[in-house]
Design a protein around this ligand. Structure first.
Ligand SMILES: [Fe+2]
Ligand SMILES: [Fe+2]
Length: 253
């Protein structure tokens, strides 16, 4: 395996490692502001590869922020390796995620971020957006880089298989096929509305953790994904509970 580097937006680099055995890619993103930020640390086992790729962009000691969407091995498994390699770096995560997870897991105290809070990286600005249980994890959240409109959307649109670094091709179909096989997404009444709220941000680029970076109509892709999850929630409800009986007020209409 090797880790490939692609600049997907000005100063935003995608670091991508594909495993043909797992038929899965793991992507991290480095935002190279005055205070460089890493989104996703990658698996512990990938630290040698990913850190060597970051070192092609910046001196590792310059890394200031270590971030991820939610606590999971591929999101933050190597965070303590990064903390050891970058003495001025700090993990930044959602407030609740810090309380429940990262305060204990990280070797140095994290910087809690409120919903909507912005980290000014000097030249680039990232906003933390809480998305609890979307696609999974109580502490789940994403980052929008505001100056380029790049939404680092983690596990959303996860698709098996290899793909180019950048694409404008359909990312919804492959994601739904993978979802039907892997069932990785929490299906709740908040799933689709949360995705629609992300569409309302009108991102210009979507940085996927397990897939390409998408530069097509990002808002439409998020709306299409949300519509598919609305359908899945309805179908799951019917499968579990049978057809829903209309309420009295609905019958009166
Ligand atoms: Fe995940
Ligand atoms: Fe992931």
């Amino acid at each position: 395996m090797d880790t490939q580097l692609t600049e997907i937006a000005p100063d935003i680099y995608r670091l991508s490692t594909y495993s043909s055995d797992a038929r899965l890619m793991w992507n991290q993103f480095l935002i190279n502001g005055e205070e460089p930020l890493l989104f996703h640390t990658g698996l512990r086992s990938l630290f040698p590869l990913v850190s060597a790729a970051v070192a092609r962009l910046i001196a590792i000691e310059r890394l200031r922020w270590i971030t991820f969407g939610h606590v999971e091995a591929d999101e933050c498994g190597s965070m303590n390796s990064w903390l050891a390699a970058a003495p001025h770096a700090q993990v930044a995560h959602g407030t609740m995620g810090c309380l429940v997870q990262v305060n204990d897991l990280a070797d140095r105290p994290p910087r809690p971020l409120g919903d909507g809070e912005v980290l000014d990286l000097g030249g680039r600005r990232v906003r933390r957006i809480e998305t609890p249980h979307v696609p999974h994890g109580w502490d789940a959240g994403l980052f929008l880089e505001e100056t380029t409109g790049t939404l680092l959307c983690g596990d959303l649109f996860t698709a098996f298989g290899d793909s180019p670094a950048l694409t404008q091709n359909d990312i919804v179909g492959p994601a739904l096929k993978t979802e039907d096989a892997a069932r990785a997404t929490c299906l709740t009444p908040a799933t689709a509305p949360t995705m629609r709220a992300l569409a309302d941000l009108q991102p210009a680029t979507l940085g996927l953790m397990h897939g390409p970076a998408f530069t097509g109509d990002c808002a439409q892709a998020l709306r299409d994904l949300s519509a598919a999850y609305d359908q899945r929630l309805d179908a799951e409800g019917i499968q579990l509970n049978g057809p829903r009986t209309p309420s009295t007020s609905e019958l009166r209409k």
